[in-house]
Design a protein around this ligand. Structure first.
Ligand code: SAM
Length: 277
């Protein structure tokens, strides 16, 4: 029997819907995900280990592993049963001290993995990408709709700041899809495993804020949205023109590299304005 099903029965546990507890019970999928995560041989940070569907087989490969789980009861079950190379941290991943966890994992490059709780998928992904942690690979399972955002292209309805950040710093590949039958309890929709491989581009701390402003109001032009960055309307128009773009362009029509270039120019303009004061 699957380990998760055994533990659910042994402890008479009722999965908590509010915490997005849809446990993976598909052994073939588990093997594929674990292989994708173990390939690099790096320490692993897991988000939301649940009853350890991925945690136990990954820890079994001998890698150092730290798993952050919000549910206290599940954390205690894992803590009792995990081998020495794996530890569970009972915290909200969005508030956990990532510096401490990084040290616990040896302070070097990492692999991140998670069958993410659907209600905070975007927030968790934003935190992983903008944390500054040297994550070389991420193997991430989400609902299909959320996964589509990771790979969305300019002009797509679901092309959002998270799409841009994902593709700016990682090569993003849709690995395979899973049907609701792979989970207990079954979710209503299909899921997807997405692999993110670091592409070597250095992280720019100002980029998330730039994107937040640039995409703030989808019906406004980029020039109007950039006002929130401390760049005047005329300056915004000038830097858009310098990039060879139409004055009425909207952020969602622009590719990842173009947006990164505009972010740099906007920052320089803003810095120039601060110096002039
Ligand atoms: N990894 C397990 C699996 O594949 O069977 C469980 C996946 S389940 C979709 C998501 C897990 O994330 C649950 O165990 C849930 O309790 C946990 N979780 C929910 N919110 C969390 C948060 N803010 N921080 C850490 N874990 C969280």
């Amino acid at each position: 029997m699957n380990n998760t099903i055994e533990l659910l029965t042994e402890y008479s546990l009722k999965p908590n819907k509010a915490l997005g507890q849809n446990f993976l019970i598909d052994e073939e999928a588990i093997d594929r995900i674990v292989s994708l995560a173990a390939e690099a041989g790096l320490p692993v940070l897991e988000i939301g280990p649940g009853l350890g569907a991925l945690t136990f087989p990954l820890a079994g490969t001998g890698v150092k592993l730290a798993a952050v789980e919000l549910d206290k009861a599940l954390s205690e079950i894992l803590a009792e049963r995990l081998p020495e190379n794996a530890s569970v941290i009972n915290r909200d991943f969005l508030k956990a001290d990532l510096g401490n966890i990084h040290s616990l994992l040896g302070g070097g490059e990492l692999t991140a993995i998670g069958n993410l709780p659907y209600y905070i998928t975007s927030d968790i992904m934003m935190r992983l990408i903008t944390s500054g942690l040297p994550i070389r690979r991420m193997v991430i399972m989400t609902q299909r709709e959320a996964a589509d955002r990771f790979t969305a292209r300019p002009g797509d309805r679901n092309y959002v700041p998270l799409s841009v950040l994902s593709q700016r710093y990682f090569t993003v590949t849709a690995a395979f899809d899973l049907s609701p039958a792979s989970y207990r309890p079954q979710p209503e929709v299909a899921s997807r495993v997405t692999v993110f491989d670091r592409n070597g581009i250095g992280y720019d701390e100002s980029f998330p804020r730039f994107l937040k402003c640039a995409f703030a109001m989808r019906r406004k032009t980029l020039a109007n949205n950039l006002a929130a960055l401390g760049v005047s309307r005329a300056e915004a128009a000038a830097l858009i023109e310098k990039a060879g773009l139409s004055p009425s362009v909207r952020a969602e029509a622009l590719g990842v590299d173009t947006l990164a270039g505009l972010c740099r120019s906007a920052l320089e303009t803003h810095a120039g304005n601060q110096d002039a004061r």
